[in-house]
Ligand binder design. Structure first.
Ligand code: PXL
Length: 276
């Protein structure tokens, strides 16, 4: 039986993030991708304003219908969700998992030292419950520091700070951690990959811009690579390279501020997954 993945996150109708990234990217990786939209927004929350329709009320109905049809999943990838949805998501995972299903949790809630609009201060505590039992948690450093209740450092940290974060996240109950946005030198940006025993690093060139949605592009490509049997480190490396290609495809368009042109780099991603 082929793998089937379920991704649970919002649809931001416009904005190149969440489901409008995960669905095309993971499908391009050859993996059947089912979706459970957590909410519908007109556009993501980095715009000045947005509409928001919460879909929590649909989730249990959908689960019950899936159970009647014996619909099951071999992988789960969760992103932008609300506090009330977390226990329901845990139930969905428990009741629809195939044997050896992979659970990837992107604890989407913050960046650059700040929570995204609409998340309450106790949200990280709830999110840490979703991290407990995951196979991989992939936060940025801001999200990791909120999850652990430690100080966020944006620069001038060393390997001890990063390794302390990885160990802290492992102690929350995830098997593996992929920490994004790690940088020890100005010109390089990368990821720390921890399998619960050791931490390995992968760095790419740092491009001179910060763009929205790159966390979702990373997580989607990572999950697509992992579902194709690539190991943790190789999946993180493929995803980091894909983010760089997506940013490069966007750099010459100064008006394109709200996301990255990940579509242009899909052939590059597919080549990396199927020919490396
Ligand atoms: O890219 C993460 C993300 C996902 N979904 C929504 C967001 C954001 C980041 O701002 O606003 C709705």
């Amino acid at each position: 039986m082929d793998k089937r993945l379920l991704t649970i996150q919002d649809i931001s109708c416009v904005g190149q993030c969440s489901l409008t990234v995960a669905l095309p990217v993971i499908s391009a990786c050859g993996i059947e991708t089912a979706v459970l939209p957590s909410s519908v927004l007109s556009n993501h929350t980095a715009f000045k304003a947005w509409t928001f329709n919460d879909l929590t009320g649909d989730m249990e109905n959908i689960l019950n219908q899936w159970k009647k049809e014996n619909i099951t999943f071999s992988a789960f990838y969760t992103g932008y969700v609300s506090e009330a949805q977390i226990p329901i998501i845990k139930k969905i995972i428990k009741e629809t998992s195939r044997n050896d299903a992979i659970v990837v949790v992107d604890p989407v809630m913050a960046d650059n030292g700040k929570m995204y609009a609409g998340f309450a201060p106790d949200f990280p505590k709830k999110m840490s419950e979703l991290c407990n039992g995951a196979d991989v948690v992939l936060p940025n450093i801001t999200e990791a520091s909120f999850l652990l209740g430690i100080e966020y450092q944006s620069e001038n940290y060393g390997e001890d700070y990063i390794e302390n974060i990885c160990n802290g996240l492992i102690n929350l109950g995830t098997k593996n951690v992929v920490l994004t946005g790690v940088s020890f030198e100005k010109e390089k940006l990368g990821v720390a990959v921890c399998n619960g025993k050791s931490v390995e690093y992968y760095f790419t060139e740092r491009l001179p811009v910060q763009m929205h949605g790159t966390g979702d592009v990373f997580a989607s490509a990572f999950t697509g690579a992992l579902c194709n049997g690539k190991d943790l480190f190789c999946s993180a490396k493929i995803a980091a390279n894909y983010v760089v290609e997506s940013i490069k495809a966007t750099l010459d368009d100064k008006d394109h501020w709200y996301g990255v042109k990940f579509e242009k780099a899909i052939p590059y991603l597919v080549k990396q997954i199927f020919s490396v």
